[in-house]
Design a protein around this ligand. Sequence first.
Ligand code: GUN
Length: 288
Amino acid sequence: MTARLIDGKAFAATVRGRLAERVKTFVAKRGFAPGLAVVLVGDDPASQVYVRNKVAQCAEVGVRSLEHRLPATTSEGELLALVAALNADPAVHGILVQLPLPKGIDETKVLAAIAPEKDADGFHVVNAGLLATGGACTVPCTPLGCMMLIEDVLGDVSGAEAVVVGRSNIVGKPMAQLLLRANCTVTIAHSRTRDLPGVCRRADILVAAVGRPEMIRGDWVKPGACVIDVGINRVPRNDGSGKTRLVGDVAFDEAKVVAGAITPVPGGVGPMTIACLLTNTLSLAERS
Ligand code: GUN
């Protein structure tokens, strides 16, 4: 069998189109645009690309982005002072501090300093706690995007076996919470899981978020499963060109002949993350 290819790029474009309409309505009613502060510290090349894409897509849907680029030498105190100023700025409805932060800056402390009602990423412990306890909260963008794709493909997932490989605060844990909220039976697997292939083979919904290129092999996939690949890994092309290519955490060519549906990399989960960031920002502005 050949899996249905889940086109995250097209889905994200649809989400942005709907969002642009909602933003127009917001502006007409409130007289100002939703504002997202995007903070980038240092010069991590991948972060630069992510931030550039986030800012460009804000413009596309009518969200005002306020970029703050700080040098790698920025102290934790300076960054905390900026976050405090953004918390107090009424033109800022959402704040995003791009991760990872340079060594010497405590990420947990910075994320905790963002006002929960301006937390566009949904990383604040208050939002994480509300997600875990079933309250209204801002949901982290990547898992939210994954959930939208899963529900688009499968509809009601109640009772399905879901396995999330990876236990990060950004993806794995909130992904598991969303699947649980949708009444799946959820397993969080990780590097210490015994018989990881066997655990993965149980999954009707398999979400890979480990950050290891092509770690999940085709024979780890249950026939017909919905496979969501969160990984974005840059690997050598191996054609002598010295160039690189992007691969996911799933061995795509092997998995696509077993799965029922699968996200490609690139063009799967990636575009959904930014679409959900913009959605979160508008929701925060609407609540402000
Ligand atoms: N770094 C990698 N992914 C993300 C994300 O979703 N948000 C932020 N702020 N940083 C990231």
